[in-house]
Design a protein around this ligand. Structure first.
Ligand SMILES: NC(=O)c1ccc[n+]([C@@H]2O[C@H](COP(=O)([O-])OP(=O)(O)OC[C@H]3O[C@@H](n4cnc5c(N)ncnc54)[C@H](OP(=O)(O)O)[C@@H]3O)[C@@H](O)[C@H]2O)c1
Length: 214
């Protein structure tokens, strides 16, 4: 599949890209700046020994069959209107977590409940948003030499869209669990705040989550 990663110049997006390249998918790095995107694409190409292209976020969203949001929550309101048209008819994966560092509360979801629901609201019903990959740390994604010790929890309102994202997760070796409708996205995003706190307490970079009892 041809996957456009918006904010793919960052740690999380680049890590997802590397894992998907390894699984045989084709990657387009999106950025606010075309030259930054091309530079990261060259870097990923060299690491994965595969061709990767880099372009602006709107161009990447147009070129991709599936679009991944991998930029900070602060960029949601400015970036999504620019890519709205390109996302119509596509699955849009949100890995965005609304975190505020240095304030009274680390997890700071928007009034609608989650970044993923806000993305769905901005993109409209023509895009099918699936919330996923929040618990897969960038550090873990980049360590290609070992499998990722974490379950992939995803949620969304369109069963076929969730199935596509589940297949993308399975292609990087993850056990995938359907965590219900998009209204559960705040719960998934909040777990990342918990993992970030655990990372800080225990001096880790890659704490994750596994569901027991299955
Ligand atoms: N890092 C992790 O382990 C991890 C794990 C789970 C989920 N996440 C979530 O995944 C997303 C990306 O995380 P990250 O660690 O990769 O973040 P990051 O490195 O800080 O940012 C990723 C990219 O987003 C773009 N960006 C930054 N500020 C932006 C803005 N205001 N508007 C639009 N684009 C902006 C930048 O690309 P350009 O400057 O090239 O446009 C940057 O390279 C976040 O929402 C984060 O909460 C991260």
């Amino acid at each position: 599949m041809k996957i456009a990663i918006l904010g793919g110049t960052g740690k999380e997006g680049a890590g997802l890209g590397l894992r998907w390249l390894k699984a045989g998918h084709s990657i387009i790095v999106g950025s606010r700046d075309a030259e930054r995107a091309r530079a990261k694409a060259r870097e990923l190409s060299a690491q994965a020994r595969d061709e990767v292209s880099g372009m602006t976020n709107p161009e990447a969203a147009r070129a991709g069959e599936l679009v991944v949001l991998a930029f900070p929550y602060a960029g949601l309101a400015a970036t999504l209107p620019e890519v709205k048209e390109a996302c119509q008819g596509k699955v849009v994966v949100s890995a965005v977590v609304p975190l505020t560092f240095g304030g009274a509360r680390l997890f700071t979801p928007p009034p609608i409940g989650s970044a993923a629901e806000e993305a769905q609201q901005i993109l409209g019903p023509g895009a099918r948003v699936v919330a996923a990959f929040h618990h897969i740390a960038a550090h873990e994604l980049a360590s290609l030499e070992h499998p990722i010790e974490c379950d992939l929890l995803l949620c969304g309102d369109a069963a076929a869209a969730k199935q596509q994202v589940a297949e993308l997760g399975a292609s990087m070796g993850l056990r995938v669990l359907d965590a219900g409708p998009l209204s559960n996205a705040g719960l998934l995003e909040g777990i990342t705040a918990l993992l970030a706190t655990i990372n800080r307490r225990y001096k880790l970079k890659n704490s994750g989550i596994k569901i027991t009892g299955l």
